[in-house]
Structure formats: structure tokens, C-alpha cells
Design a protein around this ligand. Structure first.
Ligand code: SIN
Length: 485
């Protein structure tokens, strides 16, 4: 009798997970998400859009140049060239999946500009609701796809290994009910770690759970110290997960001002308010330390906000600010983790059977600092690449050894998690130095048995301490940094 083919388990319902699941057809897929409806992903919150050299005056080489410059040339060059060369086709594929990108009056795709880009090359969907539009379209495709079984409301808290290979997962739901699932392979698309910081533009689920579990299973970490801080999240007193104020607003003419109304970025970088994110974020961080609040003046932004920036408009109005008339208070916020599980170009983690795509993975494409609007692009392209690879592979040979569970372990209680977020924000935020990093590391070592988040923080702090120089988003105030314009 022919044995039924085991499914590939994909963990995560953001851009990377959805793209992976679609590309796996006709191989059976189990797509596991924490939220019942797949919401709550960082992809769905992405406002910036997708970068691609679509203009006749632009080129993949120019896109690659900007990607390398933002990434402080710490990037994997071949990955960058591949990503930028594939970007126009990715836009075409997304359109075939039902994503409707914004067009100008003549019917051409509207191209916007964001930090670190020397030309306008960002496409948006629904104005600043690009991520939501993309996730909505791909989720519909996935939910209609006969090869994908969707399972929401579950957390993957253990991996099953046999003969050194990952061959299953254990999930638990909100009521604590556990279930074990065997798998031909497991793909982590679990997102980043922004929610481990006191201020983040990420959703609460971006807590590094997939990264922690992958490391526990023996996967290698890469570039953990490189955390990108977005310069402009809405500064809401006492809140941790903050609405993003998209960089596209600065691309449309908004300007940062200090507490006295003076232009914040004047004379600091040739690209001014559109300098790479790490530079702007550090300036905002410094100005908040020196003089108090920092403001984004968007009064010069023209056009219909309901069409161009509906997400920003709604978030500001909900906080009692009309951004068309009033300056927006902003703060840096943990936004994107360039580091993660070390993977090759096809998403292989080095642990047989375990793959990773999107923000949880580090294939080197983003270097030390991701270029704006390259994240949805990477999620979609790498997800499709890994999905296609697995779809073309034979089912793994049946192992003979004993099964072994690798567990993520218990999480921190809420008060301790709050304290850890504050610790990481202060010691491993936009500006770092050895003494605070060392102290924070000692605190984590002393508390290492209290929850899996501590182990992750410990590794990040150790990596940040080890890299004594500044590079990209990792800024050591006790070191010298060279900036390439
Ligand atoms: C933004 O809209 O400012 C963020 C876009 C991105 O993270 O690439």
C-alpha cells in the first residue's frame, strides 16, 4: 500500500509563510499560525511597500547598490543581486495573486521613495496599507488552495527530531491542549524579535519564539546583534507596541523637527530626512535624550490622506492628533531583525528538515541594516524559493533512531518580560556601549533559567558586546564609525 505523503509544516502566516505554502503545491502543507485568522503578523502591519527597479531610469544594479550601502556592505552580495534582479518579477507575481498596487492618473504604477533609496522605486497597495493588502490577497489564495490545511490559534513549542533531522512539531492551543504532528519538513516563518524591546513597531507575537526553538534544536545563529530601529513610531506614553509612522511620509515631504521646531536632520547626511534608517533613528534617539520630544511635521504632505496614508491617519486620529495639521510626536522603535537563524539561499538551516524564511532567518541579504521596503520582497521571494525547493524534493527517508523532543521551554512571567524589554531597550537599543551591554548580559546570565526569552536576550547581548565596532544598525557609542554616503 502506498503511504500518504507527510505534510510540510509551515509555521507563520505572514508574507514569507504564505508565499512558502503556495509554492509548495501540490505537496500537502499544514500552515500553523498563532492567531485564529492569521492576523497579528508584522507583514500585515508593513506600511512601506515593496522595492523593485521598475522605472526605465532605474536598474536592479542600482537597487542592489542602495541595499549594500544601507547594509554597510555586511550583506551577502550574491543574495542581494538575486533579490534585486527578481524584484520586478515578484511584483508581477503578486499582481497575479490579486494584490492591486497603487497607480497614477495615467495608469502607471506609482513609485515612492523611502530612506536609503536614491530613486523612487517603492510600490504601495492601498497607500500605506501595503502589507495588509499583500497578506489579505495571499491569505485568500492559501485558504482556497486544496493542498494547504490552515490551523490557527496554535503555538509551536517543541520540535521532534529523529536521527538528527527535524520530523515534526508539537503545538499547544490557548486552553493548553497539545498535539503532535509529524512532518516531511518544517519551515519557520515566525518573524522577528521586536516585541522583546520596550518600544516596537512589531506586533506582540514578534517575540523570537521560532528563533529560540530553532537554536534549541541546534541551528546556528547569525548576526544577532543587528536590530533595526525605525526612527518614527508614534510616541504614545506607556505603550510598547506602537503604530508605525511610515518613512514614505518623509518621502512625500514630511520633516523631522526637534523640541524647538528646528530641522533635525539638517547637515547630517546628503539624503537628509531620507538618510538610512539607522542614522535617522540615532538622531531621533539622541534628540529625545537631549531636549525631550521629537516631532514629524507632515503639514507639507499634499494629496488625500485617506488614500495615501490611511493607516497613519487613523493611528494618529485615534491618539488625538490630526497629522495634516498637528506635528506628530515620534520615537525610535525596534522594527526589524537582520539577524536570525543562519540559512543558505534556499532557507536550509543546517539542521536537516528545518528551514527558515523571512525575518526569523538570516541569509545575509540585509547585511547590518535592511534597506526600506526590502522585507516583504525578501519574504515573498525567499518563501517562494524555499517552497519550490521542498516541492521538488523526494520525501525524506524514514529514520530508524529514537525520537527526541526539543522544547522551547517556559516563557517569562509578564513582569519579568517587561523588565527584560526595558533592559534590552536601554542596553541594546539604537545606541550601545560596553558597560551597559556587559551589565545587561550579567543580569541575563543570573536569570537564565527563568524563561526562554532570557536565553535569546543573552545571545543578542553577547553578540553586541563582541562586536566592538559600529556597523550599520549596531551602533557602539564607544567606537568609531565610518559612514558611506
Ligand atoms: C516604513 O514604512 O517606513 C517601513 C517600511 C519598511 O520597514 O521597509
Amino acid at each position: 500500500m502506498k503511504r500518504a505523503r507527510l505534510p510540510v509544516v509551515v509555521v507563520g502566516g505572514g508574507a514569507a509563510g504564505l508565499a512558502t505554502a503556495l509554492a509548495l503545491a501540490p505537496v500537502p502543507v499544514r500552515l500553523l499560525c498563532r492567531a485564529h485568522d492569521g492576523s497579528g503578523t508584522a507583514s500585515a502591519l508593513a506600511q512601506g511597500g515593496i522595492a523593485a527597479a521598475l522605472d526605465s531610469a532605474d536598474s536592479p544594479a542600482a537597487h542592489a547598490h542602495d541595499t549594500l550601502l544601507a547594509g554597510a556592505r555586511h550583506n551577502d552580495v550574491a543574495m542581494v543581486q538575486w533579490l534585486c534582479a527578481q524584484a520586478p518579477a515578484a511584483i508581477g507575481w503578486l499582481q497575479t495573486q490579486g494584490v492591486v498596487f497603487d497607480r497614477d492618473a495615467a495608469g502607471h504604477l506609482q513609485l515612492g521613495r523611502e530612506g536609503g533609496h536614491h530613486v523612487a522605486r517603492i510600490v504601495h497597495a492601498g497607500g500605506d496599507a501595503s502589507g495588509a493588502a499583500l497578506v489579505h490577497a495571499l491569505r485568500e489564495r492559501v485558504q482556497q488552495a486544496p493542498h494547504v490545511q490552515w490551523r490557527g490559534g496554535v503555538d509551536v513549542d517543541a520540535l521532534l527530531l529523529r536521527d538528527g533531522a527535524v520530523c515534526g512539531v508539537r503545538v499547544s492551543d490557548a486552553s493548553g491542549h497539545r498535539q503532535e504532528m509529524h512532518a516531511a519538513a518544517v519551515v519557520f516563518a515566525t518573524g522577528g524579535i521586536g516585541a522583546l524591546f520596550a518600544h516596537t513597531s512589531n506586533p506582540p507575537g514578534a517575540d523570537g519564539s521560532g528563533l529560540a526553538l530553532g537554536l534549541a534544536a541546534g541551528a546556528r545563529a547569525r548576526d544577532l546583534e543587528f536590530m533595526q530601529f525605525h526612527p518614527t513610531a508614534l510616541d504614545i506614553e506607556g505603550a510598547q507596541c506602537l503604530p508605525l509612522i511610515t518613512e514614505a511620509l518623509r518621502g512625500a515631504g514630511a520633516r523631522l523637527r526637534d523640541a524647538n521646531g528646528r530641522p533635525l536632520m539638517a547637515g547630517l547626511h546628503p539624503l537628509g530626512d531620507l538618510a538610512p534608517r539607522d542614522i535617522v533613528a540615532r538622531r531621533v534617539w539622541q534628540a529625545r535624550h537631549d531636549d525631550g520630544r521629537v516631532w514629524l511635521d507632515a503639514s507639507a504632505v499634499t494629496g488625500d490622506w485617506n488614500q495615501r496614508f490611511p493607516t497613519v491617519l487613523a493611528a494618529c486620529l485615534a491618539a488625538g492628533i490630526d497629522p495634516r495639521r498637528q506635528p506628530i510626536p515620534v520615537t525610535p522603535a525596534a522594527h526589524f531583525h537582520m539577524g536570525g537563524l543562519a540559512v543558505d539561499a534556499d532557507g536550509r538551516s543546517g539542521v536537516p528538515g528545518l528551514h527558515a524564511v523571512g525575518e526569523v532567518a538570516c541569509n545575509g541579504v540585509h547585511g547590518a541594516n535592511r534597506l526600506a521596503s526590502n522585507s516583504l520582497l525578501e519574504g515573498v521571494l525567499c518563501g517562494r524559493r524555499t517552497g519550490a525547493l521542498l516541492a521538488g524534493m523526494d520525501a525524506p527517508a524514514v529514520g530508524r533512531g529514537a525520537y527526541r523532543w526539543v522544547e522551547r521551554g517556559a516563557g517569562l512571567p509578564p513582569a519579568a518580560l517587561g523588565a527584560l524589554r526595558g533592559l534590552l531597550w536601554q542596553a541594546a537599543g539604537p545606541v550601545r556601549e560596553a558597560t551597559s551591554l556587559r551589565r545587561a548580559l550579567q543580569t541575563c546570565v543570573a536569570q537564565r533559567d527563568e524563561g526562554w526569552q532570557i536565553g535569546l536576550a543573552q545571545r543578542l547581548l553577547a553578540a553586541a558586546l563582541e562586536r566592538g565596532d559600529s556597523l550599520g544598525a549596531h551602533h557602539r557609542s564607544d567606537a568609531v564609525m565610518v559612514v558611506e554616503a
